[in-house]
Every structure is written in structure tokens, then in C-alpha cells.
Design a protein around this ligand. Structure first.
Ligand code: CA
Length: 232
């Protein structure tokens, strides 16, 4: 896997590149927004694999990291993980609105970062599979059959309401990726009515209890929810 690391601090970049290399991730390092955007231009030498993920530090010398994220998103669908010292909810939401797939807050745990990298890159792979017709998703004991809207846990069918199924299917499309509350509400309930927020919480609680896997749907405080595939 190749990763584009956008980080102006050479010490941070060198340390992180070494860690990622030990996990089989090749790193191309860009020190500014401009270098990053240049690195993302279509490969000039044929045979170079595309980047699986962009790891984007928000504090860059030349351009605002949010702005760089917006520009990357306009050019490519490569997953972007923002790295930020700003842990407040508003800046996280801003980043996700600009098309970032996830974010980590400095100082972060390397294990957590690796998990996020794998989650967003798996998502890209599963989207590619989806476009070639994968109609069944499995997460540990949970199977989701999309065409006939059937969900089972350890082979036993679980009766879900229409909205519960829609909610689960939405989160399951991009495991590990945070869905904003507003995004879920608009996609599942087709409304932006604020009162639906409480309805969303009720549906999440109901799904957790029906599937008997409370950890499957994780609450990301102040932002939304994500599906966390159980580790075997
Ligand atoms: Ca920086």
C-alpha cells in the first residue's frame, strides 16, 4: 500500500514513515499543500500504483489544510485522513464536510492511526466491489443481504424495521468511516428536520440490542456514528 503523507515537520514525517514502513506501507512525503497536490497528479511513470490514502496534517506552511482537503476532493476520490491538533467538534465537522473520510487528533496512538488507515482503504476496496455487484456484506457474525433486505446474526434472521435496515445498510457501506448525524438523517429519513435526531438515537439503540452487538455501531461524540467490524 502507498500512502501520501502531507506533513511539514520532517522529524514527525521521518518517525511516522518508519513506523508505517514496518507495517508494509510505503510513504511519499509532501511538505506543503502544493507538493501534496502535485504528488496527486496522474502518475507520469506508468505502473506506479495510486495512493491508497492521504494523511493530511492541517497545519501547513503554505495553505490551510482544510483548503487542501477541498482541492484533493475535487480532483480525486482517494480517502483523506486529517491529522489535527484541533480536537473541538466544530473543526472535526468542518473537515468531514469538506470530504475528509476520517480524522485523528494529535497526539495520536500509532495503533489507532493504522486502524484508521486500514479502515478507509478497505472502504475504497469495498466500494469497488460494490460497483461490480457485491450484494451481501458480512461483519463477524452479522450478514446483510442487500437485495432482499435480510439481516442475520450467526445464521439467525433478525427482524428489523425498514428504517433500522436502511440505517444499518448505510453505515455498512463504509465500515470504519464516520457518518455525520445530518448525513444519516438526510439519507435514511430524507429530511433535515432537527427533531429526527432523537429518532436516530432510538434506532441506533434498537439496532444494537436486536443484533446483540452493542459495539458494532460506535457513537462518535458530537459527530455521528460509524460501524466497527468485530475483530475475529
Ligand atoms: Ca504541521
Amino acid at each position: 500500500m502507498r500512502l501520501l503523507l502531507v506533513e511539514d515537520d520532517d522529524h514527525v514525517a521521518a518517525a511516522l514513515s518508519a513506523v508505517l514502513a514496518r507495517h508494509g506501507i510505503g510513504v511519499v512525503h509532501a511538505r506543503s499543500g502544493e507538493e501534496a497536490l502535485r504528488a496527486l497528479l496522474p502518475a507520469t511513470s506508468p505502473g506506479t500504483p495510486p495512493f491508497a490514502v492521504v494523511l493530511l496534517d492541517l497545519g501547513l506552511p503554505d495553505q490551510d489544510g482544510y483548503e487542501v482537503c477541498g482541492k484533493i476532493r475535487k480532483r480525486t476520490s482517494i480517502p483523506v485522513i486529517m491529522v489535527t491538533a484541533r480536537s473541538d467538534v466544530r473543526s472535526r465537522i468542518h473537515g468531514l464536510n469538506l470530504g475528509a473520510d476520517d480524522y485523528v487528533v494529535k497526539p495520536y496512538d500509532t495503533g489507532e492511526l493504522l486502524a484508521r488507515i486500514h479502515a478507509v482503504s478497505r472502504r475504497t476496496v469495498s466500494e469497488e466491489e460494490a460497483s461490480t455487484g457485491t450484494e451481501e456484506l458480512a461483519f463477524g457474525p452479522v450478514r446483510i443481504e442487500l437485495p432482499n433486505r435480510r439481516v442475520s446474526v450467526d445464521g439467525a434472521v433478525v427482524q428489523l424495521t425498514r428504517k433500522e435496515f436502511d440505517l444499518l445498510a448505510l453505515l455498512a457501506q463504509r465500515p470504519g468511516v464516520v457518518f455525520r448525524r445530518e448525513q444519516i438523517i438526510s439519507e435514511v429519513w430524507r429530511t433535515s428536520w432537527e427533531g429526527t435526531g432523537r429518532t436516530l438515537e432510538v434506532h441506533v439503540a434498537s439496532l444494537r440490542s436486536k443484533l446483540r452487538l452493542p459495539a458494532l455501531i460506535e457513537t462518535v461524540r458530537g459527530v455521528g456514528y460509524r460501524l466497527v467490524a468485530p475483530t475475529p
